[in-house]
Design a protein around this ligand. Structure first.
Ligand code: DGL
Length: 266
């Protein structure tokens, strides 16, 4: 048993889509969330920069005494998970292996689409994980860099989001995909908009649920789950820049009141 909190990190709001699943699957756990809103988006940045930002976020979460960390960001997972696991001793997991696994069991026709940031798509991390599990799967990938700023702006369900999604996804749809991996943790916030463009025949794959299950399994195997000590779990939120918009979107998405979001310099 270990009552220290879990750390969850993203460049901004996207990690909330993973946080929500973690809250569902491990409802007793205390959680510290960090959104690096001062430096979002990570997508266009170099591997070196993303490693530096990821290590800074991990150091911050470790200063909050976390027992394990979920990098709830595909870009940081693609660019820095391996390096983070080489550097730190606590369990650190990302979202890509879980997302690839979900895609492999979702697809029927073995044609899978992947959308993500420039960094994630260029890394080919999803392609490598999916091919490891099933080399027969055909992968069609596409970076959608405007989606992250649209979500951070609170415009996920607007005509601007729809037009952007149509522009990005029309070509991908011509390839006959039956599953589309939302390979950026911001994209589940666009689920309705993306779903309307790709239609019912394409299943949207969100890596978050499988990631949360992986976390629970790792905590369980290492006897690190929080005991049921009859106290409500504590959720703490930190951002690296002005939190107003973050609070409104987070409350709407998590369906929870969030009264205390702290600003930190990391
Ligand atoms: N939400 C992140 C991801 O999953 C990062 C988006 C960004 O900062 O570009 O890739």
């Amino acid at each position: 048993m270990n009552n220290r909190p879990i750390g969850v990190f993203d460049s901004g709001l996207g990690g909330l889509t993973v946080l929500k699943e973690i809250m569902k699957i491990t409802p007793n756990e205390n959680i510290v969330y960090f959104g690096d809103t001062a430096r979002v988006p990570y997508g266009p940045r170099s591997k070196e920069t993303i490693i530096k930002y990821t290590f800074q976020a991990i150091d911050f979460l470790i200063s909050k005494n976390v027992k394990a960390i979920v990098i709830a960001c595909n870009t940081a997972t693609a660019r820095a998970l391996k390096e983070a696991n080489e550097k730190y001793d606590i369990p650190i997991l990302g979202v890509i292996e879980a997302g690839a696994r979900t895609a492999v069991y979702t697809t029927k026709n073995k044609v899978v689409g992947i959308i993500g940031t420039d960094g994630t798509i260029r890394s080919k991390a999803y392609n490598a994980e999916i091919s490891k599990l099933d080399p027969e799967i055909k992968i069609v990938d596409k970076s959608c860099p405007l989606f992250v700023p649209i979500v951070e702006e609170g415009w996920a369900n607007t005509d601007i989001a729809s037009l952007t999604a149509k522009r990005y996804l029309d070509d991908l749809m011509k390839e006959g995909i039956d599953s589309l991996v939302l390979g950026c943790t911001h994209y589940p916030l666009l689920k309705k908009t993306i779903g309307e463009i790709v239609g019912e025949k394409v299943t949207l794959v969100n890596p978050a649920k499988e990631t949360a299950k992986d976390l629970k399994r790792i905590l369980d195997e290492n006897d690190m789950l929080r005991g049921d000590i009859g106290e409500e779990p504590k959720y703490e939120y930190y951002v690296s820049d002005i939190p107003e918009k973050f609070a409104a979107i987070a409350e709407e998405f998590l369906k929870k009141e969030i009264d205390d979001i702290k600003n930190v310099r990391i």
